[in-house]
Structures are given as structure tokens and as C-alpha cells.
Design a protein around this ligand. Structure first.
Ligand code: 4AD
Ligand code: MG
Length: 487
């Protein structure tokens, strides 16, 4: 009934400087709609709870099509994947009302005759808030742009359905990780972004200094300072007072890599557990966190995830379901080397005991384990940083370290038990010439030291893993990598 009234009333339209309004239409609507227009998000409008209400919605035009007397506009405001269909008289058409323009629409929410779209908005007034020059706009109406294409426009790609889905999933996944740790009693610690140590000892540091600082003796901090490569050491400080602690923040590595799984700025989730004597205590948390966060994401943004699994990475849903169904595998580094050496595969990098596992090895091991995630434990002692706890065993000495390898990505998490024995730690720091820099770290072993351990998970790699996205640059809002820091 409201729609019939709308059609007859809309014939007498008037244009106003701020929009296009039919007074007669407005009158007719008021019989059927509640009086004051409340501002709703598109997701709220689509929920069906406000049927019959006079509402205002604001967003960007994703599609516009004129058919006989009617104009159909699809509007999205980032609150959900689905766009709200706005039905207007074709007389409301305006040259500025184009694909990509920002609009504000007031009208009445009605049940839609089409099943696919349960709710639609019968427009009473449409105001173009910001026009969009469609000739120059890099995205075209009705075209599906690939991830690689939209990557060229970091300042505009959030306007596409696929990237806005990614950003909603990312936001939900971050909340899921936080909620997991809170539920399990971990205390969140804001570890510093600027630090004077190199946790991983790999020398992949970005130095921080005031612009224009030229001379060494004028150091702003009096010592060289770097962007953090891991919050682990600061988290270890906290593990002397909090038996469960975690951090989740930006992490920086000057890795000169153009690979599909490395960024210069990424986000890491790190946890540290005190009174922990076995790698199993760590692998249990890693697996539990992975399952819990993924189930949360699948339950809270099913349409967005489905868009990826249907359109971007077909077939990945089966891989993910099988990851969630089966228990993760566990093999030792020594077993992994055996598997690689007995395979018929030709690897580019060596697979001798003592060599680090490369991406090609990691991907092979995951396939070998039935495309189910696999923990590789007890790496050669010399491959691991100074903090990793020695296992003993000679001549093949190992450290109590573990990596979680997942399908499509390879290494997702890295962790270890930490060397809590003062003399052994001192000895290792001495060998590395680091005793002076790490006096405070040795203190942690002097005052109430406990066996402890922890791990870090690359958050972007996690998103790659659950969505099946091949390139890490497509799961972060603004990717930074060697030779590229756009904006
Ligand atoms: O294995 P990593 O280097 O471990 C650490 O930094 C430990 N201190 C963590 C800890 O025990 N608290 O890094 C952890 C994870 C990797 O498994 C990987 O997923 C991710 O961080 N990562 C990267 N992600 C994107 N780009 C890079 N350049 C990355 N380097 C590591
Ligand atoms: Mg690692």
C-alpha cells in the first residue's frame, strides 16, 4: 500500500537545492511511516526490525539502474556485505547520483516483493553528499575487480565489496583473538613499539631517530632505538608477575623480501605462559586459539567469509573445514628432515639436518600431513635465538622450540620454552657478546625465575590461512614492504 501511494505521489516532485523532494510523496508516506526519521546503518535497515519506519540512511552508491518509472539504487555503508535497495521514482534521478557517489536518503522501510532482498527503502528524498567522477574512478560499475588490481589503489580499495568484506573479517578476527585470551585469563600488556633490543637477533631492525638527527652522539634516546620485531622480551618481564600474559600489536622487520607472506609492518599476537615445562602446553593454546578465533569469525561474518570462499578462493572452505575437524599433527624437526629426504620432491634449498626449513619444505610437510596444520618441534639449537631453552642431546643439540605450519601459508606461529636457567642463559649471551645489553633479562632469572614459554602468531598470515588468500598484501589495509610505502 505504501508503495502504491508513493508511486502516485511521486509524480509531483520538486527539486530542492539540497536534494530532490516530493512534498506530496512526503505527505503520503507520513500516513504509513512513523514521523521522525531515525538514522540507521544499512545492516540495521536490512534486519527487518524497522519496517514501516521513516528512516535516514547514509552511504555510497554501489549500483544504480533506471527501469521504466523507477530508479533502483544499491547503497552500502560498510556495516555489512549486502547493500540496501532504494526504490525511487525515476524523476528523482539526478546526474550526480552515480556509482561511487556518497548519498543520504530519507524514506520509508518496506518489505520487498523480492525474496532475495527482504527489505527496501522507498525514497522520499535523496541528497548527493559527495559526487564521484565515474570516468576517473578506478572501479567500474558491475565489474568484478581482482585483488591484484585493487591493490594498486590502497586509498580507494575499501570501496569494493571484496576489500570491505576483508576489513570486516579482519576486525572480527582481531576481536575474537582478544576475546579468546580474556576468556582464558590472560592479561593484555601493551608492549612498546620502540625498543633498544633486537629480540630475534636476526638484525632485521628499523632504526628510529628524529628526522634530521645526524650525529651518533646526539641520539634522542642516548642509545640506538629500533621498531620492535617482537614483544616477547617485554612480555617475558611480565611473566615474572602474571602467569598468563599476551600482547597484540604492530611489529616491524626490515626483511628485504618481496614474498607473498612477508611484510615490513605486520601484526603479531604473542602469549607468554609461566610455570610451563612442556611444548605441549604451548601447542595446546595455539591450536585452541586458532579454532576458537576461526569459529567466531565463521559465526559472526558468514556472508563476508563466504564471498572469499566462493568468489576469491573457491574450494578453500573444504580445506578450512578439514583443518577445523582434525586434530593438528605433531612431528619433530628430525622427523621432518627425514620426511623431506625420503620424498621424491626436488627442493631448491638443502634438507640436511641443521638447515632451516624453507617455505617449500613447510608447504610440502603440510601436504604430507594431509593438509592439516602440523607442529614441528625441537629445532637445532643453533638455529634458534638466545632465549630458546636448550634440550641437550649431542651432537645434534636441539632447542625446545616449535613452529605451527598451515596449508597454503607455511609458518603461522613460532614459539619456544625460554631458557630460565641463569648459568646457561649467561653462557649463551656471553657467546653472543650480549651480556651487557641483556643484564635486565638476566635479572629476570635471578628474582623468582620460573620455567616459562610462549609463542607469536602472525595475524596477517592467520587471515591468509582462513581465507585462502595467496598474497599477504591483500589482507592488511595499508601494506608496507621493501620499495613500497604508499601514503
Ligand atoms: O617466528 P617469529 O619470528 O617469532 C617471534 O618473533 C617470537 N619472538 C614470538 C614469540 O615467541 N613471542 O614470528 C612469529 C610469527 C611467524 O610465525 C609469522 O607468522 C609472523 O610472526 N611473521 C611475519 N608475518 C608477516 N611478515 C613478516 N615479515 C613476518 N615475520 C614473522
Ligand atoms: Mg619463526
Amino acid at each position: 500500500m505504501c508503495f502504491a501511494m508513493f508511486k502516485s505521489a511521486a509524480r509531483k516532485l520538486v527539486l530542492t537545492p539540497t536534494g530532490i523532494l516530493s512534498r506530496a510523496a512526503a505527505c503520503a508516506f507520513r500516513h504509513d511511516c512513523r514521523r521522525t526519521a531515525v538514522t540507521l546503518r544499512v545492516s540495521e535497515a536490512l534486519s527487518g526490525n524497522e519496517l514501516g519506519a521513516s528512516v535516514k540512511v547514509q552511504g555510497w552508491v554501489r549500483a544504480v539502474r533506471s527501469q521504466k518509472d523507477n530508479l533502483f539504487i544499491h547503497m552500502n555503508d560498510g556495516s555489512c556485505l549486502e547493500s540496501l535497495q532504494i526504490v525511487a521514482s525515476s524523476q528523482l534521478n539526478d546526474a550526480l547520483l552515480t556509482f561511487g557517489s556518497a548519498v543520504e536518503v530519507t524514506g520509508c522501510l518496506k518489505e520487498s516483493p523480492k525474496r532475495k532482498q527482504p527489505v527496501e527503502l522507498l525514497a522520499e528524498q535523496i541528497r548527493v553528499v559527495g559526487q564521484c567522477n565515474t570516468m576517473d574512478f578506478p572501479f567500474k560499475i558491475k565489474e568484478r575487480h581482482g585483488l591484484e588490481y585493487i591493490r594498486q589503489y590502497p586509498h580507494l580499495r575499501c570501496r569494493t565489496n571484496v576489500f570491505s568484506s576483508l576489513l570486516r573479517i579482519r576486525s572480527e578476527a582481531a576481536a575474537a583473538v582478544q576475546s579468546y585470551f580474556r576468556k582464558k585469563g590472560f592479561v593484555q600488556i601493551h608492549t612498546p613499539v620502540m625498543t633498544s633490543n633486537d629480540c630475534e637477533g636476526a638484525g632485521e631492525l628499523f632504526q628510529v631517530k628524529p628526522a634530521g638527527e645526524a650525529k651518533e652522539e646526539n641520539h634522542f634516546f642516548s642509545v640506538p632505538v629500533f621498531l620492535t620485531v617482537s614483544g616477547q622480551l617485554h612480555l617475558e618481564v611480565m611473566s615474572g608477575a602474571f602467569s598468563r600474559a599476551y600482547t597484540f600489536g604492530p611489529t616491524f622487520r626490515a626483511e628485504n623480501s618481496q614474498s607473498r607472506r612477508h611484510l615490513a609492518e605486520f601484526h603479531m599476537v604473542e602469549a607468554e605462559l609461566s610455570f610451563t615445562r612442556s611444548l605441549e602446553d604451548l601447542t595446546e593454546v595455539m591450536e585452541d586459539m586458532f579454532r576458537s578465533a576461526t569459529e567466531h569469525v565463521l559465526a559472526h561474518c558468514p556472508e563476508d567469509v563466504d564471498l572469499f570462499h566462493r568468489r576469491v578462493t573457491p574450494g578453500h572452505r573444504d580445506t578450512l573445514d578439514s583443518m577445523l575437524k582434525k586434530k593438528f599433527n605433531v612431528i619433530s624437526y628430525t622427523e621432518a628432515i627425514d620426511i623431506l629426504n625420503h620424498s621424491a620432491e626436488e627442493f631448491v634449498f638443502p634438507t640436511d639436518w641443521g638447515c632451516d626449513l624453507q617455505t617449500e619444505h613447510e608447504k610440502f610437510l603440510v601436504k604430507h600431513c594431509g593438509s592439516v596444520p602440523v607442529f614441528v618441534t625441537d629445532y637445532p639449537y643453533d638455529l634458534k635465538p638466545f632465549y630458546a631453552r636448550g634440550n641437550g642431546g649431542r651432537p645434534r643439540r636441539t632447542a625446545a622450540a616449535v613452529d605451527l605450519l598451515v596449508p597454503g601459508v607455511g609458518e603461522l606461529c613460532g614459539g619456544s620454552l625460554r631458557e630460565e636457567r641463569l648459568e646457561l642463559l649467561e653462557e649463551r649471551l656471553q657467546q653472543a657478546g650480549l651480556v651487557d645489553a641483556y643484564g635486565w633479562y638476566l635479572d629476570l632469572r635471578r628474582f623468582g625465575s620460573v620455567p616459562h614459554g610462549g609463542f607469536g602468531m602472525g595475524f596477517e598470515r592467520y587471515l591468509q590461512c582462513i581465507l585462502g588468500v595467496d598474497n599477504i598484501k591483500d589482507v592488511i589495509p595499508f601494506p608496507r614492504f621493501s620499495h613500497s610505502c604508499l601514503m
